[in-house]
Design a protein around this ligand. Sequence first.
Ligand code: DQA
Length: 145
Amino acid sequence: PKILVLHGPNLNLLGTREPEHYGSLTLADINARLQAIAAERGASLDYLQSNAEHVLIDRIHAARTDGTDYIIINPAAFTHTSVALRDALSAVEIPFIEVHLSNVHAREPFRHHSYFSDKAVGVICGLGADGYLYALEHALAKLAG
Ligand code: DQA
């Protein structure tokens, strides 16, 4: 099984960025934990962070033909703005889980709407970096049949 983890804009600053919302782990810490768990379970895991919408879209398009079985995505601020990223995920028809570190529903009203949630298998928010681990557990369980 092959899993793709996508991180949207500003998540490269994790660890130093508003730790009260996003925690103290860095993105490298999170990716390393995910990759170690996937490897233990015989899965391969690729990840990408980008601040650019088109880079994320192009990676989703590539996932259609590179054998990706499942996508875990934190679209970050694009959650609330990007019809294009939503359409890319719909186009490739790969199941995905939407993850947010913070509880977006406890924050500003503009964070309450997501362009992704109605297309996602599920949504995890407010559980910090652990949310990615729970998403990975779910994907691995589903892919194991
Ligand atoms: C976020 C929540 C978004 O509202 C915000 O723009 C982010 C991160 C989260 O992980 O909590 O950049 O997706």
